[in-house]
Design a binder for this molecule. Structure first.
Ligand SMILES: Cc1cc2nc3c(=O)[nH]c(=O)nc-3n(C[C@H](O)[C@H](O)[C@H](O)COP(=O)(O)OP(=O)(O)OC[C@H]3O[C@@H](n4cnc5c(N)ncnc54)[C@H](O)[C@@H]3O)c2cc1C
Length: 308
């Protein structure tokens, strides 16, 4: 039986793995891939200690750091599909049919972006279609961009783009902008911003890079095309938390509810960190930091000989 199974190999999972191995915890890390969501980012400029690194290289750095740890067992290319309670701990089952027993579980499975699911979106991902404005707004320097989604994330994206873009369209499907009214008032006053409500994105166009977006005006039923250089999709994220839905408390967004002091979930013996949780800000450094917090709390539990 393992002391700990870590689910996920993003910044949260890797930080947890490094700390757990150094505490000599009997630990197994199961992940689909290494590096997490910013793997697709062209340039990560805020991973502390590194001025600039591509998401791909960040993933390699994380994997290398983890594999350098003595004693850690790693399974990659597999997904945890089920976690169930057993006497003294949990049984963890993977997609490939493997099954493991552990005293404790740490979930760091992150989230996936909610996609527009329109033609061109997949083709131009990271070539003008972006899902993280904090990370990729500088690419829009002196360029025209659109933010799809009028919730708080969309408004934040417009704010992130204002110092760079020459023009920003904000597209919202509903009748009204749903994000914070104070932020919206501020954004609306800027002559660079044009708000288009009751619009549905139909297609993203481009050659090597994005060149335009086709949308339908839901009032008139007519479609129109905007010429632009970048599309920021801000229509939410979907936490990868389905495999523990019957064990831990999740909020209406599917985020795992945690105690932010310890990262413990509502189920004794299960901890969670990062984008899979109800943490307010979702960033690489935050997932890594919260993972350290969780492992130290788990270690305290193990060293005191407490069960789940
Ligand atoms: C395009 C993009 C660019 C970004 N750029 C930046 C940036 O520049 N700076 C920044 O700070 N933040 C950035 N972010 C946000 C940042 O990537 C996230 O906050 C961070 O990756 C969250 O880390 P995490 O470890 O919680 O989860 P994730 O990074 O989502 O990692 C989850 C890991 O779990 C694995 N996994 C998922 N489900 C399972 C399962 N069932 N079983 C096993 N493994 C599973 C995945 O393969 C992945 O390895 C960006 C986000 C996006 C989408």
């Amino acid at each position: 039986m393992y002391d700990l199974i870590i689910v996920g190999g993003g910044p949260g999972g890797v930080a947890a793995g490094v700390y757990a191995a150094r505490k000599r915890i009997k630990v197994l890390l199961v992940t689909d891939t290494f590096g997490g969501q910013s793997l697709v980012s062209a340039d990560v400029q805020n991973w502390i200690g590194t001025k600039s690194v591509s998401g791909f290289d960040l993933g390699k750095m994380l994997e290398e750091h983890l594999r350098a740890q003595e004693g850690i067992e790693i399974i990659d290319g597999d997904l945890v599909e089920e976690v169930g309670k057993i006497e003294g701990g949990f049984q963890v089952k993977t997609k490939s049919g493997k099954s493991f027993e552990t005293k404790y579980v740490l979930i760091t499975s992150g989230s996936r972006r909610r996609k527009l699911q329109v033609p061109g979106e997949k083709e131009f991902e990271s070539k003008g279609v972006f899902y993280c404005s904090i990370c990729d707004a500088p690419v829009m320097k002196d360029k025209v961009s659109v933010v799809v989604g009028g919730g708080n994330a969309g408004l934040e994206a417009v704010l992130d783009l204002l110092p760079y873009a020459t023009k920003i369209y904000l597209l919202e499907r509903g009748e009204h902008i749903k994000g914070d009214p104070v932020t919206f008032e501020k954004i609306k006053k800027d002559p660079k911003v044009e708000v288009l409500t009751q619009t549905e994105t139909l297609e993203i166009k481009g050659k090597d890079f994005v060149t335009g977006l086709v949308y339908k005006d839901l009032q008139t039923g007519k479609s129109a095309e905007l010429a632009l250089d970048g599309v920021f999709v801000e229509i939410g994220a979907v936490p990868n938390s389905e495999f523990v839905k019957d064990l831990v408390e999740r909020n209406p967004f599917g985020e795992i509810v945690v105690d932010h002091k310890t990262q413990a979930t509502s189920c004794p013996g299960i901890w969670a960190v990062g984008d899979a949780t109800d943490v307010l800000y979702k960033q690489n450094n935050i997932s890594a930091g919260d993972a350290v917090k969780a492992v130290l709390n788990i270690y305290e539990r193990i060293s005191k000989g407490k069960g789940a």
